[in-house]
Ligand binder design. Sequence first.
Ligand code: TXA
Ligand code: MG
Length: 346
Amino acid sequence: MHTEILKADREGILAAAAVLRRGGLVAMPTETVYGLAADGLNPEAVREIYRVKGRPQDNPLILHIASLDSLFPLVKTGPESERALRRLSGRFWPGPLTVVLPRSGLVPDVITAGGPTVAIRMPSHPVARALIEAAGRPIAAPSANLSGKPSPTTLRDVTDDLSGLVPAILDGGDCAVGVESTVIDLTRRPYDVLRPGGISREALSDALGEEVGDASRPRDGAPPRSPGMKYRHYAPATPLTGLVGSGEDSLRYLSSLPRAEAMAAVVFDEYREAAEALGYRVLAYGREADHDSHARLLFRTLRQADRLGADRIYIQISPERRGRGDAVFNRLSRSTGGDLVYLAGK
Ligand code: TXA
Ligand code: MG
């Protein structure tokens, strides 16, 4: 299949909307990560998303909307969930937040993987908004990576995964947030975060005036409430080891390793030169305390690190979970497949 790279101008957006309306797929930029978009009310089109990504059938999709009015036909709300929804949408929409609510009969089974709830988000990226409006319907969009790989946050990363597999990719440049939206479950109280992301749990609790729980780290044996959380994901092809602790502790650890193999290190900016001096192939993803930068650069840096041809990649990980630190830690626990070295006191 020929893949057209569309400029994100009026003409490109109308062409992309036409592809969506006839049941085709379009990769579109959002402020979090690129999404693989399809007409959310067309089950055939949505099935194509699963096929192209190689996504497990039991992992439901998010519907993207451009206005609050288009949410209500898709969900069932009660007075409590409607109050919560209005507080959250007033504060965080458009933006990197996804709400889970009981679904209405309008939502196809293939969106919810047959479940009774649906996930909905209003993205803030102007190109995504214009595309949803031009398509005139809710848009289903998972991250535009092949299943298992790091999510794409640059045009290059999308084309690497999807060239030849989709009719069109809209070029929106680099994504500003870099990790996916936070998913919050509004179907029961206390409300819980199912997946940490662009909006922190502290900010959600503050907006709701009540403590929001964390269901993103399910206890042993309990099935995850966000089905996507059970799969190994976001992983580079090269083995990846996370070093959790201060930059100084992880630098000490890097300097203690035998350097028989070709090794890469993803470090905080402050440690770039020191890691290079140790012989590592080095990439940096922001200053040690800058969790927004770690989030923004995480996935693209993992993909870049894969291209360095190393036998193993080490990555410095801040133990700090404030702000987007929580989402970065969550993604890296999964990219490393749990291969984390905790350095405190070592
Ligand atoms: O930022 C984002 O959310 C990006 C952009 C493209 O909007 N999209 C995204 O979609 O990350 P995806 O499909 O890669 O991740 C959706 C997550 C999965 O963990 C899925 O299990 C969860 O949302 N999810 C979807 N519907 C759900 C539901 N009804 N109940 C619980 N979790 C749900
Ligand atoms: Mg994804």
